[in-house]
Design a protein around this ligand. Structure first.
Ligand SMILES: Cc1cc2nc3c(=O)[nH]c(=O)nc-3n(C[C@H](O)[C@H](O)[C@H](O)COP(=O)(O)OP(=O)(O)OC[C@H]3O[C@@H](n4cnc5c(N)ncnc54)[C@H](O)[C@@H]3O)c2cc1C
Length: 632
């Protein structure tokens, strides 16, 4: 029996990493928001790796924070170990990664949701989307309850028609045995939405008391912990950190897997969903990288509340008895007690090319989506999309321009553009190599790149915005001062240069010229830089990087200018590509089906060649001049 309940502006389906960001964004922009999940005890649950960040993912978390999202603050509150990765490499790949206490992370996010104005939490399964003339009007639950609303954001993750598999064992549940959502996919199909079937996997969890750590390398956190959030004070992060441990698979591990590969549901074809190439299971690694005699295995604590240890690098769907043998063949795990078996999970998601860059569906107005449901993989990728989907659902209802970040502004821009423009046939995971302009898109300058956008949207407050303006001014003033301050080739300077094995000065040089020397940096020059102002560490970091890499940065900025030229050539929605006779058939079909918003986006569609783009550019010029004439 259906019964209509109170109206909402926005209903967010899912309280995972995407759903939480989407709902918080809408509620904080004063929209009356309902967030629904099949289990309120699984809010922002981490069904897989107990950490946030890492290479390129740390960049996403920083960008989420600079736009006014929650993930960065939440991990700063609940981390149990923190490390800056790739410190020996250039700043473009420096990436923060923190181990999380999973339960604390979920509890802390729930507390934020439950104390946010305009936000209501509900446990239910959404089974149907209600529409009129291809526009959202509400949602319906399994119990028949109807919630009228003006926009819906789908963030269903790995729950739609989820199937968990290891060996011959199949459970029709979501992760960790939670209820799967088994009705919504049909409703999406009736709206003409194309559905994909993807899969991912997770390793076993082992009782830490059964592990012999003396056979492993201890991995410590950094002494000086850097916060993810630009509004977290580093001194508030001081806490005792836990260790992780490094061990390796052995020949015996690989032999056990090879001997039982026919019992792997993956290789026996029982798993239909497509898995992430860059997050392979251990059986996949043994088969695909047969030349490797061992693979790294990291033992990571799931939290301070438990002895459960996450066995990173050994996700699997092998039968239970094989798991028992393969984990116990790893040095240190000889007596392992498996608390939770490893398993693979298959689930429904969408072809993200059905979405506009705003993450609104092309075929259903006011229907948005984010997270794993869009074909990505990872907490950080999910949270980033959830935030953008939330912001843009709000912008739509508030009749404001959507927030579209392009590839030169943010990893979030690269993530979403790749999803909605390039064909994805496996779960998409962010990597630094995907970003053309990665020297500009560093994690250390996410605030400078994005806080203004967060402020314009309304998620970043005045105080934080003013703090950023002051920071920018300090950086620019200090760079100007260093470029102008000449240092003579005197004894004191020569001694300091010798101290750092830097070649002598023959004539005077500016401080900036000295900083550009690979062996020198801003801090080292302090003794000879008398007029140096007291500056905060984050300003000094920017000054150092901008001076040291200004040649590379200027070159990338020039490339961005070229990129923006095509990006800003917008294509009218009503364009009929079939009319453009000189376009190749394949390009006509792809463009007609996909309907890119700009020449830049058109140039990234597979099957559209540079020659097609030249044809399109000429046609667009004629088209615009004709229309200009007719407008007169
Ligand atoms: C077993 C497993 C292994 C994984 N391995 C990896 C990995 O190795 N690397 C990696 O990067 N990522 C991995 N992930 C993915 C990672 O967990 C997800 O990327 C992340 O959780 C996605 O966040 P999300 O918000 O999109 O969805 P989720 O966190 O899955 O949250 C989905 C939410 O939607 C709700 N929901 C779904 N359908 C409905 C409905 N119809 N009605 C109401 N509520 C609904 C659920 O209750 C839940 O709250 C793995 C996930 C699983 C389950």
């Amino acid at each position: 029996m259906s019964y209509s309940y109170e109206n909402y502006d926005v209903v967010v389906v899912g309280a995972g990493h995407a759903g939480c960001e989407a709902a918080l964004a809408c509620a904080r922009l004063s929209l009356n928001t309902l967030i629904v999940t099949v289990s309120v005890d699984s809010i922002a649950m981490m069904p897989c790796n107990p950490n946030v960040g890492g290479t390129s993912k740390g960049h996403l978390v920083r960008e989420i924070d600079a736009l006014g999202g929650e993930m960065g603050k939440n991990i700063d509150k609940t981390y149990i170990q923190s490390k800056m990765l790739n410190k020996s490499k250039g700043p473009a790949v420096h990436s923060l990664r923190a181990q999380a206490d999973k339960q604390e992370y979920s509890r802390s996010m729930r507390k934020v949701l439950e104390n946010t104005l305009n936000l209501t939490l509900k446990q239910a399964e959404i089974t149907e989307l209600l529409t009129e003339n291809n526009k959202i009007t509400g949602v319906k639950t399994f119990s028949g309850a109807i919630y009228p609303c003006r926009a819906v954001i789908l963030c269903t993750g790995t729950y739609l028609n989820a199937r968990c598999i290891y060996g011959e064992v199949v459970n029709h549940t979501g992760p960790n045995g939670l209820q799967a959502a088994t009705h919504l996919t049909d409703s999406l199909k009736t709206l003409g939405i194309e559905i994909y079937r993807f899969k991912t996997g997770t390793p076993a969890r082992i009782d830490g008391r059964s592990i012999d750590y003396s056979k492993m390398e201890e991995q410590f956190g950094d002494e000086k912990v850097v916060p993810f959030s630009f509004s977290t004070k580093a001194e508030n992060l001081l806490k005792e950190q836990v260790s992780c441990w490094l061990t390796y698979t052995t020949q015996e591990t690989h032999d056990i897997i090879r001997a039982n590969i026919d019992r792997s549901p993956l290789y026996a074809g029982d798993i239909k969903g497509t898995g992430p190439r860059y997050c392979p299971s251990i059986e996949d690694k043994v088969v695909r990288f047969a030349d490797k005699d061992r693979h790294q295995v990291f033992i990571e604590p799931e939290g301070l509340y438990t002895n459960e240890m996450y066995i990173a690098g050994m996700s699997s769907s092998m039968p239970e008895d094989v798991q028992y043998l393969m984990y116990r063949s790893v040095p240190g795990l000889e007596n392992a007690k498996i608390i939770r078996n490893a398993y693979a999970i298959e689930y429904d998601c969408i072809n993200p090319m059905q979405l506009k860059p705003s993450l609104e569906f092309k075929q259903v107005e006011c229907l948005f989506s984010g997270g794993q449901f869009n074909g990505s993989s990872g907490y950080e990728e999910a949270a980033a999309q959830g935030l953008i989907a939330g912001i843009n659902a709000a912008m739509k209802l508030l009749k404001r321009e959507p927030l579209i970040l392009d590839r030169s502004e943010a990893y979030i821009g690269v993530l979403i553009d790749d999803l909605v423009t390039k064909e994805t046939h496996e779960p998409y995971r962010m990597m630094t190599s995907r970003a053309e302009y990665r020297l500009l898109l560093r994690q250390d300058n996410a605030d400078i790149r994005l806080i203004k956008r967060g402020y314009q949207v309304g998620l970043i407050g005045e105080e934080q915005y003013q703090r950023l303006l002051i920071k920018e001014e300090s950086i620019n003033n200090e760079i100007i001062r260093l470029e102008k301050t000449n240092i003579g080739a005197n004894k004191e300077v020569q001694e300091l240069l010798a101290q750092y094995n830097s070649s002598e000065l023959n004539t005077a040089a500016t401080l900036a010229e000295l900083i550009r020397r690979p062996e020198l940096d801003y801090e080292m020059l302090k003794p000879i830089d008398r007029s140096r102002p007291e500056l905060p560490a984050d300003v000094i970091e920017q000054v150092n990087i901008n001076i040291k890499y200004d040649g590379y940065i200027s070159r990338q900025l020039r490339q961005v200018e070229q990129f923006k030229k095509l990006e800003n050539k917008h294509i009218p929605e009503e364009m009929n590509y079939l009319d453009i006779t000189s376009l190749r058939i394949e390009a006509k079909q792809k463009l007609e089906r996909f309907r890119p918003v700009s020449i830049g986006q058109a140039s990234r569609i597979s099957g559209v060649s540079p020659a097609d783009i030249s044809v399109l550019l000429v046609y667009l010029m004629q088209y615009n001049s004709v229309n200009k004439e007719s407008d007169k």
